[in-house]
Design a protein around this ligand. Sequence first.
Ligand SMILES: *C/C=C(C)/C=C/C=C(C)/C=C/C1=C(C)CCCC1(C)C
Length: 239
Amino acid sequence: MFYNLNFLAVSKMATDDYVGFTFFVGCMAMLAASVFFFFSMSTFDKKWRLSILVSGLITFIAAVHYWYMRDYWGAYGESPTFFRYVDWILTVPLMCVEFFLILKVAGAKKSLMWRLIFLSVVMLVTGYIGEAVNRDNAWLWGLISGIAYFIIAYDIWFGQAKKLALSAGGSVLSAHKALCWFVLVGWAIYPLGYMAGTPGWYDGLNGLSMDVIYNIGDAINKIGFGLVIYNLAVQQSND
Ligand SMILES: *C/C=C(C)/C=C/C=C(C)/C=C/C1=C(C)CCCC1(C)C
């Protein structure tokens, strides 16, 4: 009897395949971060465990997708656009949930969470259309996506989320500020990848391919977000 162990098959990877390398290292980094978050969970106050669990889910979902993306890249030498966006459509809304979870102490309402989730879905669906479905109008879809991104950034920096963070004060306020910087600077890496990946624009910004840019962005943002939450939980559990 044969079991299909094909998912463990390793496709050949050239020694100078730096794109494939970043998929592989990205996968391991996400796995390591997940183990770290999951194992630290029980050391925190109950009310912080859900936030840490979500941090671990974000990196774990990414680890699984990186496993597939690495394989797809190895087999076809093409961008795994589909897996990329499935990963994002699951993990970016979870990052929006993190904002809600840390602001719950200040009385954040679910409507704040749903608003951010909705905007992030608009940002990603339009990005996917521009990248995979209607490339000829990549500028238009990129623009709509960019507007949704801008509104998210504006909301958390100056909107209701900011007011809640101010009323919570202390370590919640600092964590909120750190997450805001991740969204403003860390997330801005992605439109650069999009531009590098759109034919006729900046094809490979200085030789950095779209996938490398996205992989760097993911490592910074997903693990970074989780560490901010981890740090907040450490501080709050010591108070
Ligand atoms: C873990 C994955 C994350 C944090 C992914 C974030 C993705 C973005 C912020 C993507 C943004 C885009 C634009 C703002 C315009 C061009 C299209 C996108 C989807 C690359």
